[in-house]
Design a protein around this ligand. Structure first.
Ligand SMILES: Nc1ncnc2c1ncn2[C@@H]1O[C@H](COP(=O)(O)OP(=O)(O)OP(=O)(O)O)[C@@H](O)[C@H]1O
Ligand SMILES: [Mg+2]
Length: 317
């Protein structure tokens, strides 16, 4: 890891040289996924919605990153753009040194298949296949071998052993969500992107899944980017990117649930054109929220995109 937490890791020198070129193997470095001035508009003309307003963020390799923010702040849009599932209106998305926004469709499809795992909010399981077939399908489509030991580990960790032969339609929402996570983890992709992967789980099952995800990041080198509304889920991650109206409002290193909750509460109270700034923002990052009421003056959208120095760890030693 280079540099303190919360600081942008710059794009590798010459990475733009990969534009439209061959897919390059994942290289050593701290940057997992990076967006640069990412804009996403839905529609055009007066009715257009700007879902991402020039967003520059990065999720580091071998780390567990959470994307949080109020409903409609652009979390899913960001995740879809980062994973190459949706094309931004402008700006760039780098997966390691590869610029996804410049790849021809065929190469992008191959990259998504070989290097990315995605857990959809709606699970997106195939009803005509068994649970096991659903989990192994991406590897089979890619013509890759299933690692039996890793399959066993994932299935046990997500408690799916008893339902492997069943059809997903027979399962509860929480079970389907765990199947979707197993399917994303099995190929050991460069990055697993997950959109609210604990939304349908009870507290105990959610905690077990999050602990497994954290282990797969810290002990097995997986990189995970997860959208969540839940401060308790965010506590399992290394870093939170907090969105507000398609821009970066704050980052929280080593998040704890109380700090995340406070930051979300402040965001909820913010005026439509306001930004989390100054003392509060620094406090939220450092974990030492001073409490009491405060005035949080609006800052420019550009200021919200600035790199934020990380404060001391908010996680109890
Ligand atoms: N396909 C679409 N067409 C038009 N507008 C869209 C579309 N998808 C998203 N939006 C709009 O873009 C903005 C960001 O949406 P997004 O789904 O990324 O938010 P979110 O933070 O994931 O919200 P939630 O927490 O409710 O899932 C919202 O204003 C939403 O209405
Ligand atoms: Mg969403």
């Amino acid at each position: 890891m280079s540099g303190p937490q919360g600081e942008w890791a710059p794009a590798p020198e010459g990475s733009a040289g990969e534009v439209g070129g061959e897919l390059v193997p994942w290289k050593e470095g701290t940057v997992g996924v990076q967006t640069i001035d990412l804009v996403k508009d839905y529609g055009s003309g007066p009715g257009a919605v700007r879902a991402l307003a020039g967003l520059s963020v990065s999720a580091e390799r071998n780390r567990f990153t959470a994307i949080m923010g109020p409903s409609g702040s652009g979390k899913s849009t960001l995740l879809h753009c980062m994973a190459g599932l949706d094309a931004p209106t402008s700006g760039r998305v780098l997966l390691g040194p590869t610029d996804l926004t410049q790849l021809p469709e065929k190469k992008l499809t191959k990259l998504r298949r070989d290097r990315i795992g995605f857990v959809f909010q709606s699970y997106a399981l195939l009803p005509q296949l068994s649970v096991k077939q659903n989990i192994t399908l991406p590897l089979e489509v890619a013509g890759r071998k299933v690692d039996g030991q890793w399959l066993k580990t994932v299935v046990e960790a997500l408690d799916l052993g008893r339902v492997l032969k069943q059809r997903p339609t027979r399962l509860s929402g929480g079970q389907q969500q765990r199947v979707a996570m197993a399917r994303a983890l099995l190929p050991r992709p460069d990055v697993v992107f997950a959109d609210e992967p604990t939304g349908a789980l009870d507290a105990t099952t959610a905690r077990e899944m999050l602990q497994f995800l954290r282990t797969s990041v810290h002990e097995l080198g997986q990189t995970i980017v997860m959208v969540t509304h839940d401060p308790l889920a965010a506590e399992h991650t290394d870093h939170v990117l907090l969105l507000h109206q398609g821009a970066l409002a704050a980052q929280i290193a080593n998040p704890t649930a109380p700090v995340v909750l406070e930051a979300l509460t402040v965001l909820d109270r913010m005026p439509a054109d306001g930004w989390m700034t100054g003392g509060y923002r620094a406090a939220a990052i450092g974990g030492g929220y001073p409490g009491g009421t405060g005035v949080y003056p609006a800052a420019s959208a550009a200021a919200s995109r600035l790199a934020l120095p990380a404060g001391p760890s908010a996680r109890p030693a």
